[in-house]
Ligand binder design. Sequence first.
Ligand code: ATP
Ligand code: MG
Length: 416
Amino acid sequence: MKENPRLIRGMHDLLPEAYHGHQSVIDAALQQAHLAGFQRIDTPIMEESRLFDRGLGASSDIVGKEMYSFTTRGGEEVSLRPEGTASVARAFFSHGLAQSVPLRYFYAGPMFRYERPQKGRLRQFHQFGAELIGASGSLADLEIIALGQEILNTLGVADKTVLHLNTLGSTTDRAAFRDALLAYFSAHKASLSEDSLRRLDTNPMRILDSKAEQDRALLADAPMIDEYLAEASRRRFDQLCTGLQALGIAYVRDHHLVRGLDYYEHTAFEFITDALGAQGTVLGGGCYDRLFEIVGGKPATGVGFAAGIERLSALITAPEMPKADCALIPIGSEAEAFAPVLAQSLRRAGIATVYGFSGKVKARMKQADQSGVAFCVIFGTEELAQDVWKVKDMANGEETLLSTEALQAFLNTKIR
Ligand code: ATP
Ligand code: MG
């Protein structure tokens, strides 16, 4: 038997209700971004594979095992984007924007990672994100975190999340810290989980955010970044903390927060909720100066965040779906034929109008009512001939007789 095409594992459809929630998250985020001077940009969902291979680092989980990469008909090695920041850095160089800094960008769109699908973890998911390019230091970090916080406030989810904050130090601090971690975990190899054992050689810092019970026991005595921070790195972090206090943004210092990508240094942060089960990070980011060298061969500075739209949609109170103002219930073929004409004139007057319910008049009224319209216009041949329309207010059942001209004015005042 022939099998019908199915939805691909880890991908999802957004039916209207879900789409509406999803879009309302983006709208709220973009509104806050605009208030803070960030402009929307869009980059392609596909890039040269080497952008991500180099940019995110070979030791990252994403490049190691989660990429959707393929060769095009023309022989180009391309990948569906797993995240947005590398593309933004690429665009920065493609358009020669070095003279235009500081730049404040906002993006939103689908990302692709071949992960094991589970609650809150999809293979095609959506992110919005903000990037501040060409400004650096604690003030830039603060600006980005404050924007993230303000978006969560606007979405009404701030009280369900906790800001976790850490510093990874400069590249030099990080290297010294990495060596210390390597020495410590190497001495405890026998107790490490399989995943962490693999990370020991590639990226020992990632062991710090391991969720495995046996690793966690080792973490209590593991070296801490603070011991390896240069004076300037420490000052930068302290200034950020002071800035957060001034803005009334609460945070917890999380020594084990590292972020999954290699390009981060200095500030790293995540807003985490316990309301969604295991996949609790809704918005995370940090400073990624090093990415620019890797992607474009020239230095620049960047700090930003990315947020998971599906996870935020699951956290918000679902916004009400937009409803039509008015439903037409034509009776008889002559009236049926006139319904599109009447609908067109009402729509042009700004009144959202639907028609085309099927069945007996009573059944159609019921369908209209269930769809949530505020008014029904019921008409047959006689009403057409006499230019009188019966309008029913669905909230109280009240009926009014009106001419075509009066009908528009009536509905317009009622729905505003
Ligand atoms: P996680 O630790 O949950 O895997 P991450 O560190 O890989 O997250 P980022 O790359 O920082 O995540 O992406 C930013 C946000 O995008 C995450 O905090 C999360 O909300 C969302 N996100 C990441 N991967 C997925 C996925 N596979 N499905 C749904 N949302 C995701
Ligand atoms: Mg991940």
